[in-house]
Design a protein around this ligand. Structure first.
Ligand code: FES
Length: 203
């Protein structure tokens, strides 16, 4: 047995056993590196998705600067329909604003010289969307009966103040509403627009 084992050992090429070990090691290393690579890619994708989710929306929809339409087109629509212009993506009503009716300039900072004002359509009572009532020409909340005039100022019901609003400006003729910042609506006693209901209530 001693003589038959010796030649076999001698016949083994130098480094032969090490070669198998090396191939095995290389395969393991390859598998490990592949696994680590997959993990890294997964983490990178997850991190990217998280950042995209957490990053503030700077253009387009609610919480951003919302580019709407040509100012003249919006005014035409408001006048033709006797109704505010709705911006669903900005959760906003645009109403016509006449600075002559606001001699103290209560809303001048929000309108920036534009003949329009942007109202957040969320009721300041408990958050329902406040629709426009065609017959009264007021905003009337179906949830608990809060009512606001055409400029979103409180006229009745449980709401603690007028509708909140957003600043807007006109860039190259196009209205841009800044829905990133909600401006608290005027107190109940600070209504500027003198507007009685112009017909029956919708409630
Ligand atoms: Fe509008 Fe209550 S949510 S009146």
């Amino acid at each position: 047995a001693g003589t038959s084992g010796a030649p076999a050992a001698a016949a083994r090429p130098p480094g032969g056993g090490g070669g198998r070990k090396s191939k095995t090691t290389t395969r393991r290393a390859f598998l490990r590196n592949s696994w680590l690579g997959t993990m890294a890619l997964g983490l990178a994708a997850f991190g990217g998705a998280s950042i995209m989710y957490l990053w503030p929306n700077l253009t387009g929809g609610f919480g951003a600067q919302v580019e709407v339409e040509e100012q003249d087109f919006i005014l035409e629509e408001i006048r033709a329909n006797s109704a505010p212009y709705e911006i669903p993506t900005g959760r906003t009503w645009l109403v016509e604003y006449d600075p002559a009716l606001d001699p103290d300039g209560q809303y001048a900072d929000l309108t920036n010289g534009a003949p329009l004002m942007a109202l957040y359509w969320k009721c300041v009572h408990l958050g329902c969307r406040v629709p426009w009532c065609e017959s009264s020409q007021w905003f009337e909340c179906p949830c608990h009966g809060s009512r606001y005039n055409r400029w979103g100022e409180w006229q009745g019901g449980p709401a603690p103040r007028g509708l909140d609003r957003f600043a807007l400006e006109v860039r190259k003729g196009v209205v841009v509403v800044d829905t990133a910042t909600v401006v608290t609506g005027p107190p109940r006693t600070a209504a500027v627009l003198q507007q009685s209901p112009e017909g029956p209530s919708c409630l």
